[in-house]
Ligand binder design. Structure first.
Ligand code: ADP
Ligand code: MG
Length: 249
């Protein structure tokens, strides 16, 4: 499904070249649930962006669904993302001038789908926000905004759903609702999930976790020694083999 081979991302920063990611090799199977953990600045968000074709590797090959993302031009890459990839950000990233319904409807419209209003409404119903369809993001709580963001990311039934600290701005109850929604997409539609998280509970629900440090994948033993929280530690320690409760398929 996803295959990274010796991938690096080096970007020009103020003080010269920044080695954001180095020598990342990684395979993710279809239907897998993968957690990315690691300290702030270790490259988690950048890796997520590479997987989704939102950022281009400066060396190495990123293959997703059998296609070499590095060989695609911008148009092809944009089409690929729209068809196959859904993204949920920590800070929701809803369009403020659009209602909840319009936000969820946008990917369908861009894809030229039919019955976009009805499908967007069904998706909002499914996340318990049917009654909020006409509300603007500023009229919704943080938890509600993130539910709209998940509905928007899932409405196209993407093959891959990428989420960057999706529960990071939410309290425990709202975080759990979002978590359940994401794993529900995995269970019901086989969506491959890759989640960046600091939340040990969320990491432990993933079938596998990978720890990053300074732009590199940590060997499992070192990840365990350095990880901050108990659940993340246990999960990272098992890296390749751990099967968490309810995680993956
Ligand atoms: N566009 C960029 N230009 C230069 N450096 C960047 C850029 N994006 C990220 N970085 C640097 O790359 C490192 C990893 O960033 P990031 O992927 O956001 O980490 P994380 O999500 O783990 O906190 C950080 O040191 C950050 O400052
Ligand atoms: Mg980040």
């Amino acid at each position: 499904m996803i295959s990274l081979n010796d991938v690096s991302l080096h970007l020009a920063g103020n003080a010269g070249l920044v080695e954001v990611l180095n020598d990342i090799s990684l395979d993710v199977e279809a239907g897998e649930t993968l957690g990315l953990v690691g300290p702030s600045g270790s490259g988690k968000s950048s890796l997520l962006m590479l997987l989704g074709g939102l950022e281009r590797a400066t060396a190495g090959a990123v293959r997703v669904l059998g296609q070499d993302l590095g060989a695609m031009n911008e148009d092809a890459l944009a089409r690929f993302r729209r068809r196959h990839v859904g993204v949920v950000f920590q800070s929701f990233h809803l369009i403020p001038t659009m209602t909840a319904l319009e936000n969820v409807r946008t990917p369908l419209e861009l894809a030229g789908a039919s019955d976009t209003a009805a499908r967007a409404r069904d998706e909002l119903d499914a996340v318990g926000l049917g009654a909020r369809a006409g509300h603007y993001p500023s009229q919704l709580s943080g938890g509600e905004q993130q539910r709209v963001a998940v509905a928007r990311a899932g409405v196209m039934r993407p093959d891959i759903l990428l989420a960057d600290e999706p529960t990071g701005n939410l309290d425990g109850t709202n975080g759990r609702v979002i978590m359940d929604m994401l794993f529900d997409l995995n269970r019901r539609h086989g969506t491959t999930l890759v989640l960046v998280t600091h939340d040990g509970v969320l990491a432990a629900r993933c079938r596998r976790t990978i720890a990053l440090r300074d732009g590199r994948i940590c060997p499992p033993d070192k990840a365990a020694a350095g990880a901050a929280t108990g659940a993340a530690t246990r999960s990272a320690a098992g890296a390749a083999a751990t099967t968490g409760p309810g995680g993956g398929r």
